[in-house]
Design a protein around this ligand. Sequence first.
Ligand code: ADP
Ligand code: MG
Length: 323
Amino acid sequence: MPASEFQLIERYFARLGTTRADVVLGVGDDCALLQVPADRQLAVSMDTLVEGIHFFPDVDPESLGHKALAVNLSDLAAMGADPAWVTLALTLPKVDEAWLAGFCRGFARLAARYQVQLVGGDTTRGPLSISVQVHGFVEPGRALRRDQARPGDQIYVTGSLGDAGLALLAAGGGYDAGERLAVLQQQLDWPEPRVAASQALRHLCRCAIDISDGLLADLGHICEKSGLGATIRQAAIPLSEAVADYVHTTGDWSMPLAAGDDYELCLVIPAGQQAQVERIARTLAVPLTLIGQMESGAGIHCVDAAGNKVADLQGGYDHFRNA
Ligand code: ADP
Ligand code: MG
């Protein structure tokens, strides 16, 4: 006999992630009861993954569990908040315990790594969809909002850009990545939220955003909210070997500039902090690269090595653009 909803909850969700002292009551009652530290604000964010839109139907459930939490932890990192709790709304077409076990393994491993506890959720039947809400803590006044950039501030990014986009292109048969496909696929399926980089650098940052929809689109949000523009030195954008190869052979910069799903951080830091930023970056296992600066005016200008403006690209993924 297939497991009931309550058996599934007990088996898979009742004890998932770290057991935290600030969880007064977790999974199992009508609500969870959670204790926010007196000197912190609660940062809350939610992301949904829908089969066929955000992932392929045959994706490894373990990587899906990881990614569903990772993209949410990425939002907390982008806000400069410390992860604490998570809720999970899971809509499943059928009870497939092997699938559920894999999903929970990926989710739980990442949750434990960042001391996150699953404190509640909802389990329903329908087309496969996963909604995760994360809760984190931030010192009042210290959140990394999008509206605080000033002209002359420097723009940094973590990691390398365009790998997830190129993995998608290759998976769809639009590019032959050869032996590099596995590395690209890893970036797409197992993104690492930049929590540690955020925690190490946030005291220096004016703004941050995670690059989920492409650099131009996401930096564009900082520009818009701050009433500014930006200049990006295209040659400075950090590229993996695979993406560098792709850009060289095709001349197409859309992967590092406009493709989504990288979950790297874009950080805006006042000029004059470069030595300190570089010192901290050396202690991180994550590359950090200065790619440009904020400007008065509007719009993002990409310039070549000589400082000349390069052609504009359509930026970013927008679910409703062609709807
Ligand atoms: P209710 O009928 O009050 O909405 P549910 O039967 O949906 O309660 O859930 C029972 C308990 O299990 C609740 O504490 C709920 O938060 C938790 N729960 C249900 N589904 C999940 C899930 N996917 N992940 C974590 N907790 C869940
Ligand atoms: Mg319910």
